[in-house]
Design a protein around this ligand. Structure first.
Ligand code: PLP
Length: 466
């Protein structure tokens, strides 16, 4: 039986040019990049080249790229690393100022006094589960922003959720299930406006004792009765501290976006961005986190490592680098970047063909919407705020299995949780019923998808549903 792949949002086949770029790393260039000798230097040089090339394509400095083992790990680093650094910095500050951290510090803070992380209800599990963990550990208060019926994050709610305790906003660029593209630029503007208004604001989780205690020598130039900014910030806790002005940081999970959307970190206005190699026709098991440098590489002050050891990757991700993976990832980024415009246009056409167009030459081709009156499209309208390779539909029960039996690979929720057959949290957040959230099907196109393949899929769907 011929097999048809319509699950490119789950993973992509490795591009042959990527395979060729990786080959030398499996033979000649095998040294440990951390070794001083020639073998090590060769490996280190090839990583440097890859890092530099990748950095240029996302508009950052090479030292701002931290290679990880996956985007899941990059997301974990962004969230856990931000919180860890905050806690470490507060401890250092406390020691310097003779302040005490309360016993069993973080857990004692009430929910309303912990550092706040704002995310959305439709993030990938690697963000949501991490948030839940941080919440359970008592380290953060998490705000899950609601989304509209088409899956776009509620910006009004974002505005009202930002407060002086907010350390991080983590919103994905494009959703993996419904392809909804989030307005990152607007989000970045909202955060920046908030920062401007609250330039002197600061964060005081209540696991810190009153910072005024023990500060007998507190000096202020302010007149009596008037609160000097420094003093005000001291009262708040850490405001006088240079980090105060960085928060809230803005992180995005751009895993699904890179193939089709501008991912220049400057254009997007993000401080951190996660990418995954396997979604862009690169090898599996490698990803990266862009981490903005606010001054001074090594020991970046607002993020701490969550994997400790030899101090690779600017000290943020220990472990011998996956040299072939990094080389392949960088090559994949280069190819995806160069194909972005062409693929975007081609897949947009294919998506429209699948959804609305009727092929005049064959009455069973194109235009699924017109053929099945009961079909429901989940997510944004075709062509508006939606990735060009994503279709998410609800038609009838067990469609995924029937299609699989006919040789067509489509998907339910995200790949990692699809096997659990639980209702999609994304569709639930959009207000869909449990049945619809459990039985909807994601069809995702990619570089190898042709019009002929789409027609075959449509024909099979037609015969299944007859
Ligand atoms: N973020 C999104 C939006 C994803 O779709 C995925 C994978 O499905 C991930 C993160 C995790 O990527 P990785 O498999 O590299 O950990």
């Amino acid at each position: 039986m011929k097999k048809y792949y319509f699950d490119y949002a789950s993973t992509t086949p490795v591009d042959s040019k990527v395979v060729n770029a990786m080959k030398p790393c499996y033979s000649g260039i095998f040294g440990n990049p951390g070794s001083i000798h020639r073998f090590g230097q060769e490996a280190s040089a090839i990583i440097f080249k890859s890092r530099n090339s990748l950095a240029k394509l996302i508009g950052c400095d090479y030292r701002e790229v931290i290679f990880t083992g996956s985007a899941t790990e990059a997301n974990n680093l962004a969230l856990r690393g931000t919180l860890k650094a905050l806690i470490q910095n507060l401890k250092i500050k406390n020691q310097n100022d003779n302040l005490k951290i309360k016993n069993n510090s973080a857990k004692r803070g009430s929910e309303h006094s912990r550092p706040r992380i704002i995310t959305s209800a439709i993030e990938h599990e690697s963000v949501l589960e991490t948030c839940r963990d941080l919440e359970e550990e008592g380290l953060a208060e998490i705000v899950y922003l609601p989304v509209s019926k088409s899956g776009i994050v509620d910006l009004k709610k974002l505005k009202t959720s930002l407060n002086e305790r907010t350390v991080l906003v983590s919103i994905m660029y494009a959703n993996n299930e419904i392809g909804a593209i989030q307005p990152l630029f607007e989000i970045s503007k909202i955060i920046n406006d908030f920062k401007k208004r609250n330039f002197q604001s600061s964060i005081t989780p209540d696991f810190i004792e009153d910072p005024r205690q023990g500060r007998d020598n507190f000096q202020t130039n302010s007149k009596k009765g008037e609160t000097h900014n420094d003093q005000k910030n001291w009262e708040l806790g850490i405001g006088n501290w240079e980090l105060g002005t960085m928060y809230p940081l803005f992180h995005t999970d751009a895993v699904q976006a890179f193939n089709y959307l501008d991912c220049d970190v400057g254009d997007l206005g993000v401080d951190m961005m996660s990418l995954s190699s396997q979604k862009i026709y690169g090898p599996k098991g490698v990803g990266c986190l862009y981490v903005k440098n606010f001054g001074g590489f090594r020991g970046n002050k607002f993020i701490s490592s969550i994997i400790t050891g030899g101090g690779q990757e600017e000290g943020l991700r220990s472990g011998t680098e996956n040299v072939p993976g990094i080389v392949g990832f960088s090559k994949a980024i280069e190819i995806a970047f160069n194909l972005r415009e062409i693929e975007n246009k081609r897949l947009k056409k294919l998506q429209e063909y699948f959804w609305v167009n009727i092929n005049p030459t064959h009455n069973l081709c194109g235009g699924i919407k017109k053929r099945f009156s009961k079909i429901v499209l989940n997510g944004p309208k075709i062509g508006v705020d939606r990735l060009p390779n994503n279709i998410n539909i609800y038609l009838q029960k067990n469609l995924i299995f029937k299609l699989d039996l006919a040789g067509f690979a489509v998907s339910g929720g995200s790949a990692c949780s699809a096997r659990l057959a639980k209702p999609s949290h994304v569709l639930r957040a959009m207000g869909c019923s449990i049945e619809k959230s459990s039985e909807s099907v994601r069809i995702s196109f990619g570089r190898q998808t042709t019009k002929q393949e789409v027609d075959r899929l449509l024909k099979v769907m037609h015969s299944i549903l007859k």
